[in-house]
Design a protein around this ligand. Structure first.
Ligand SMILES: *Cc1c(COP(=O)(O)O)cnc(C)c1O
Ligand SMILES: [Zn+2]
Length: 417
């Protein structure tokens, strides 16, 4: 590996309008290299590489944080437009003109006092990711991955998805002028299929699960030489999702919350947020420790919960995976070893909830706080209530429920009710 001089414009850019921003410090990414999370092998970020070529595991983007610490002022970020690219220095794109943005990120951290009172919690929040472009937090990761694909001169991208990531890829690829192929289970939400159609992706519906779609996408990538951006099988989607933690820390006045409750499929969000808090700790911009990460899964698909309960360091594919929360219908967890380690290290936990309870809690969250959550997001409330029963909390922690998408994308769930 060798490092090369960075050749980005030495100005701050409004990444949506692609025009210079005045009165803000120049934007320069501190991206330095890629590192394998398992064997530690290093790779150049100038090459398009998905997983470690030595051991096959997940790669992390690494930054020159020592130098960033010297040159950056965390209070500058608030001056930039509130989208994920305000954190450009900690993002993996070198040239701001390669950024493909629809205004993702900058979502509100809503204090949920009505709900908090009824649960005897003083500091309960909902990070409402339903306000993102394409209606889900998948836009963060896909904005980062498509931007990097553009920087690496990729012409065509392929990806398996449970639904929302496919809609996001269709949108960002369209904006970048890159061809996109999406492999999606037949029973994915109607909204996700329509998104692919209207936003110009080539959609293949698969009579099976996301793992079957993944095999088809990989095969397509191999035969047609497409860039495959499956969850955590490329290093940059996690970088987009890490901005959720950067925003939370910024909104709390550069502090970490005590608890993050996250509906987990492939786990990119937990991996990304934990990575972000580590970077912030290393930069010295936040005090304290990592929040406790609580992973919520559905009863019908709970590979992480099962492995965590057994004290295992990896998962096994969950048989007959089924839940109406499509984002949680992920039977094989590629980054399992990282996730289980995070949950353990941060003294979090993993818990499964039923589909009917999450649907009930969708109504409770909606009618008490005005947030129309997706079933995955509502599942975090179900999990929270179960953990309160187990005396998991003291009552004054900062607890954040992640609502990962808008309930408006799931209207067919209400057809028969
Ligand atoms: C993809 C998705 C999830 C799971 O996210 P991961 O970071 O892959 O675990 C949760 N909720 C919704 C709505 C999703 O689309
Ligand atoms: Zn490796």
């Amino acid at each position: 590996m060798h490092s090369m001089a960075h050749h980005g414009p030495s100005q701050a850019y409004d990444t949506i309008r692609q025009e210079p921003l005045q009165g803000v410090f120049p934007m320069k990414s501190y991206l330095s290299h890629l590192e394998c999370t398992s064997c530690g092998q290093l790779f150049s970020h100038e090459q398009a590489i998905g997983t470690c070529s030595t051991c096959g595991k997940v790669l992390f983007a690494r930054y020159d944080l020592a130098s960033a610490k010297k040159h950056l002022d965390p209070h500058e970020f608030i001056k930039r437009r509130p989208n994920i690219w305000r954190f450009f220095e900690l993002m993996p794109v070198i040239n701001p003109l390669n950024v493909v943005s629809l205004g993702e990120g900058g979502t509100p951290l809503l204090k949920a006092d009505n709900l908090g009172k009824s649960l005897a919690l003083k500091n309960l929040y909902v990070k409402d990711e339903g306000l993102n472009p394409t209606g889900s937090f998948k836009s963060r990761g896909i904005s980062a991955a498509v931007s990097k694909a553009k920087e690496l001169n990729k012409q065509a991208i392929t990806m398996p998805t449970a639904g929302n990531a496919g809609g996001a890829l269709a949108a960002y690829a369209a904006r970048a002028g890159i061809e996109s192929h999406v492999f999606m289970p037949l029973d994915a939400p109607e909204s996700n299929k329509r998104e692919c159609e209207i936003l110009g992706a080539q959609l293949t519906l698969v009579d099976g699960l996301i793992s079957d779609a993944g095999r088809m996408s990989q095969e397509k990538a191999r035969i047609e030489n497409l860039y495959d951006i499956s969850t955590l099988r490329e290093p940059y989607r996690a970088e987009g999702k890490k901005t959720m933690a950067l925003e939370i820390a910024l909104d709390l006045g550069w502090k970490t919350p005590d608890v993050i409750i996250y509906p987990t499929g492939g786990g990119t969000g937990i991996v990304g947020m934990w990575k972000a808090f580590n970077e912030l700790l290393e930069l010295g911009w936040i005090d304290g420790t990592q929040p406790r990460f609580i992973s919520i899964q559905a009863e019908g698909c709970q590979p992480l919960v099962k492995a965590f309960a057994e004290g295992a360091s990896e998962t096994t594919p969950y048989p007959n995976a089924s839940t109406l929360a499509s984002g949680l219908r992920v039977p094989s967890v590629f980054a399992d070893y990282i996730l289980l380690d995070i949950i353990q290290q941060t003294k979090g936990t993993a818990m499964a909830v039923s589909d009917s309870d999450m649907m009930t809690d969708m109504g409770i969250l909606g009618s008490s706080e005005g947030i129309f959550a997706c079933p995955e997001g509502a599942a975090t409330l179900t999990g929270l209530k179960a953990l309160i029963q187990q005396n998991f909390f003291s009552g004054d922690e900062n607890i954040i429920l992640m609502n990962t998408a808008s309930g408006l994308k799931y209207l067919e769930l209400f057809k028969n009710t």
